[in-house]
Design a protein around this ligand. Structure first.
Ligand SMILES: C[S@@+](CC[C@H](N)C(=O)[O-])C[C@H]1O[C@@H](n2cnc3c(N)ncnc32)[C@H](O)[C@@H]1O
Length: 247
């Protein structure tokens, strides 16, 4: 890419076009990763869904293509079969998961908004993956409480991806640690929160960034101190600690 003002401008707009979130400080480097390693290997259905989502006014919420690729790799490495996703939006990470799971794999997917899920559903159906998904509309927290009360879900999930209301992340963790199996993995998305976790107290942060920042900081601290898990914070996308339950 040309290293001039116009080139820089193009990089920035291509960045925004895909609605991505990256902690990389160089737009050119991020674009290089996407164009060299991610887009050439992105399944056609994910590309189609990414392009549909790019037109959505809230496209910034979507999981980025490099993170989608990472999730897919992780799920295959751990041979995940039974998974959960909290925060579906139009379904990009859901589709990445559905593609990575075996034919009899299952995803319990929760979101308070069915409309956005239905925007991406035709792509998931066309790819022949809808049978793997059990979509439940509504807030996740009471649904998790119900599952814990029920008893039969304890220690049953191989992988859980959390990408919804950050102010509940710690509440989710308290429940999910019972639902994920020993040896299973939980990933909490956006836990470097646009780099704001290291912003000075007087930094000019957007209101929503400032609001959720404290919850993200609290979660990161709690995860680091939790002896029931091993953790590895990855600066992929907006930061995702991989938490492997050990007890
Ligand atoms: C960042 S987006 C998820 C992005 C998605 N993983 C993807 O790949 O596009 C967050 C989603 O969480 C949902 N959400 C917000 N609060 C929720 C709650 N209490 N329970 C379940 N979902 C919630 C929103 O409706 C939104 O679709």
């Amino acid at each position: 890419m040309a290293n001039n003002g116009e080139g820089k401008q193009n990089e920035v707009s291509r960045h925004q076009e895909v609605g991505h979130k990256s902690l990389l400080q160089s737009d050119a480097l991020y674009q290089y990763i996407l164009e060299t390693s991610v887009y050439p290997r992105e399944p056609e259905s994910m590309k189609e869904l990414r392009e549909i989502t790019a037109k959505h006014p809230w496209n910034l919420m979507t999981t980025s293509a490099d993170e989608g690729q990472f999730l897919s790799m992780l799920l295959k490495l751990i041979n995940a079969k039974n998974t959960m996703e909290i925060g579906v939006f139009t379904g990009y990470s859901l589709l990445a998961t559905a593609l990575a799971l075996p034919e009899d794999g299952k995803i319990l997917a929760m979101d308070i908004n069915r409309e956005n899920y239905e925007l991406g559903l035709p792509v998931i159906e066309k790819a022949g993956l809808a049978h793997k998904i059990d979509f439940r509309e509504g807030p996740a927290l009471p649904a998790l409480d119900q599952m814990i009360e029920d008893g039969k879900y304890h220690g049953s999930f191989d992988f859980i991806f959390v990408d919804a209301d950050k102010d509940n992340y710690l509440n989710y963790h308290k429940r999910l640690i019972e639902l994920v199996k020993v040896g299973g993995v939980i990933g909490y998305d956006n836990t470097l929160w646009n780099g704001s976790v290291v912003a000075p107290p007087d930094a000019p942060l957007r209101k929503y960034v400032r609001y959720y920042r404290d919850f993200v900081l609290e979660l990161n601290k709690a995860l680091a101190a939790d002896p029931r898990i091993e953790i590895c914070m990855l600066p992929v996308g907006d930061g995702i600690p991989i938490c492997r339950r050990v007890s």
